[in-house]
Ligand binder design. Structure first.
Ligand code: FAD
Length: 490
């Protein structure tokens, strides 16, 4: 779709405010803002509109189509790369649409801009937890569904899309009510994991899971190297609802991939009552108490990159040594287990102005050696990864662009700004693709389009339904343009 020229806009700092007389109607309320993902790089400017209510979205889309303006929905911008940015487009910020609409037994219907943070604050004291949570609760429900996010329970319970019972989706032609097996099932599965390119999710009905306490009973083990870590996970994960390993990526030789493995499940009331050591905040009299706090915030972008090789090495050493060699049944608050990074607000600023990328891949179980290869090559090249996380995925769902597939998934935060990284990651992409694996779009800012079709072989099915939902090509993003997701992915 051809973009309307940006016009004579007024610049205020990094923000440019469009002249109202040149942009009548809904665009008059738009603000030109430079946006990025959580990794801070790349950045691009778009006209951001915040609808006052969800009823404004369909007319807004129709108007943008008329004006030949492309559109993208955005949540809390926690995708790392360029999934939620779109140079020169109209970006609809959904975060004002944040109501719990209704409940029906375990199923809660919410507006798409509601954050997981707000949903949990509402649901945990009532005895309900979200069926799938990513490693931060500062994501919106719409953004989480559009990325089909996974959590520490994927090996047993799949990704978020499998728990969504219906979606209300806005297109320029009107609204669609889509469900996984019923009406508009193809629109449903194209939108789940569809990275905002099929329409704007307005509301979602999600099946929640019951909990008796706001605690998780956690078993911790240290693994001396990657082989031991994988052995422990393969042998024991089926017995745990949640499982994740933090891996030290800077060790070489013996001890390569040493790890701290944490696994657990929601603690029952009986476990809380009989526990010799209980967290202060949750008692048998108030077992669902829940008040997670941010302990500190990084106030500004670090002038120099703080995640340097020696700093990361020291952190890894301390983190590994602090973990018990073996501990069973420790009761941890939900936030400590699921969202430890959220205790420090705006921690992405620690990476300085160059920002960072998260490299997350999944490879089939038979290709476990690729995980070792990635860790070895990064270690050898001296690219420090502060947080490296290893998980096992279970079966994939029906969404053609959903990331999870059976196998090992490794996620690494890597600082940008040093020569050689792009070439190294390009090489690793090739190894991952050859092994039948893929890169996660929600974390990506640098994959080459040539690899998309082999990594996401069902993309043709996705494009056919998407083209039907958006025949005029209203929706796009920087990610979609970079990876040619809307066509020509050869
Ligand atoms: C610290 C951290 C930990 C993370 N851990 C995990 C993890 O464990 N597992 C995992 O899967 N992901 C993880 N993520 C990634 C994150 O869960 C996803 O990127 C998620 O999509 C972010 O939600 P958001 O609201 O910030 O969406 P945004 O980043 O704003 O947008 C992401 C995508 O969703 C689309 N979108 C947003 N709202 C809508 C809407 N209403 N309708 C249609 N499309 C929409 C956007 O167009 C974009 O393509 C993590 C991210 C961070 C920062």
């Amino acid at each position: 779709m051809a973009e309307e020229p940006a016009g004579r806009d007024k610049t205020v700092g990094s923000m440019t405010v469009p002249a109202a007389n040149e942009r009548p109607s809904r665009l008059a309320a738009a603000q030109r803002v430079v946006l990025s993902g959580w990794g801070g790089n790349p950045r691009s400017a778009a006209d951001v509109i915040r609808p006052g209510s969800l009823s404004e979205v369909v007319p807004m889309l129709a108007e943008m189509r008329e004006r030949s303006r492309s559109v993208l929905a955005r949540g809390l911008g926690r995708s790392y790369g360029d999934a939620a940015t779109s140079a020169g487009s109209v970006v609809i910020d959904l975060t004002g649409a944040d109501r719990v609409v209704r409940t029906d037994g375990a199923v809660v219907t919410v507006e798409a801009g509601l954050s997981l943070d707000a949903l949990l604050a509402w649901s945990v004291p009532k005895g309900w937890f979200v069926p799938v949570t990513p490693g931060t609760r500062y994501v919106t429900i719409g953004g989480a569904i559009a990325s089909d996010v996974h959590g520490k329970n994927h090996h047993r319970e799949g990704s978020l899309g499998g728990w969504v019972r219906s979606l209300r989706i806005a297109t320029p032609d009107g609204e669609i009510e889509a469900s996984p097996d019923g009406e508009h099932a193809d629109a449903f599965w194209t939108t789940v994991g569809g990275m905002g390119l099929t329409g704007v999710i307005l509301e979602a009905s999600i099946e929640m899971i019951p909990i008796e306490t706001s605690l998780v009973s956690v078993d911790t083990e240290r693994a001396t190297d990657l082989d031991e870590c994988m052995r422990l996970m393969s042998a024991g994960d089926a017995g745990y609802r949640y499982s994740v390993a933090w891996v030290d990526c800077l060790r070489r030789g013996r001890g390569l991939g040493r790890a701290v493995l944490t696994r657990g499940d929601h603690a029952s009331l009986a476990e809380l009552e009989s526990a010799p050591k209980k967290p202060r905040s949750v008692t048998p009299a108030d077992p669902l108490a829940y008040s997670p706090r941010q302990l500190a915030r990084v106030p500004f972008e670090a002038p120099v990159r703080l995640a340097t090789l020696p700093a990361v090495r020291a952190f890894n050493e301390a983190w590994f040594r602090k973990a018990p060699a073996h501990r069973a049944g420790e009761l941890q608050p939900l936030a400590s287990f699921f969202h430890p990074l959220d205790f420090l607000g705006d921690w992405n600023r620690l990476y300085g102005r160059h920002g960072f990328t998260q490299y997350q891949v999944v490879v089939p179980f038979e290709a476990a050696e690729v995980v070792r290869e990635i860790i070895e090559q990064l270690g050898r090249s001296g690219f420090p990864s502060l947080f490296a996380v290893l998980k096992r995925f279970g079966p994939a769902n029906k969404a053609p662009l959903s990331f999870p597939a059976p196998g090992w998934t490794l996620a690494l935060d890597i600082p940008l700004g040093r020569a050689g990284l792009a070439e190294l990651l390009d090489r690793l992409d090739g190894i991952v693709a050859d092994a039948g694996g893929r890169v996660y779009f929600a974390k990506d800012a640098r994959l080459r389009p040539q690899l998309v079709r082999s990594m996401y072989p069902r993309i043709g099915d996705w494009q056919r339904v998407r083209d039907r939902l958006d025949p005029d090509g209203v929706f796009t993003s920087d990610l979609a343009r970079r990876l040619h997701l809307l066509g020509d992915t050869t």
